[in-house]
Design a protein around this ligand. Structure first.
Ligand SMILES: [Zn+2]
Length: 150
């Protein structure tokens, strides 16, 4: 009895330790760069799913799968694919909305009058010095930069 429990624990531990090594798919997901967008991730998962479906088809035709198993797996995969499709459509709607918001914000920002721009116009001769200067490039008069509303 005690031996059985010990054996069970050690087997469980072995599976726990080895599982990440035995699952290359999970590892690939964990190794994904952080900047992968949900959209790209969904697409990748869909591709994997389609590959699995093709494998399934292949194995069934090769007689390696019982018809029942084949049907069950096929239903599973198809349902998952449909889910991924729906999720990615949702995301697309979302990103379209995001793009509209971004455009609206950009338009609003473009309409906003710039805040104070330092002005180096010479008070004496009126020359608009293009660079921050202490003395006018035209007449040599002293410039004290003010702010002007553009
Ligand atoms: Zn001047």
């Amino acid at each position: 009895m005690l031996l059985g429990i010990a054996l069970l624990i050690s087997v469980g531990l072995l599976i726990f330790v080895a599982a990440p090594l035995l699952a290359p798919e999970t590892q690939a997901a964990a190794a994904l760069p952080v900047d992968v967008t949900p959209q790209v991730d969904l697409k990748r998962r869909r591709l994997v799913l389609y590959e699995n479906l093709q494998d399934l088809e292949f194995e069934y035709k090769a007689g390696k799968l019982a018809p029942d198993d084949y049907q069950a797996l096929r239903v599973d995969y198809t349902a998952e694919a449909a889910q991924l499709m729906a999720a990615s459509q949702d995301l697309e709607v979302q990103s379209t909305e995001d793009a509209q918001i971004e455009r609206a914000v950009a338009a609003r920002r473009a309409r906003r009058t710039p805040e104070s721009v330092p002005d180096y116009t010479c008070p004496k001769c009126g020359f608009e010095n293009p660079l921050p200067v202490k003395f006018c490039g035209e007449c040599g008069g002293k410039i004290s930069p003010r702010s002007k509303k553009a």
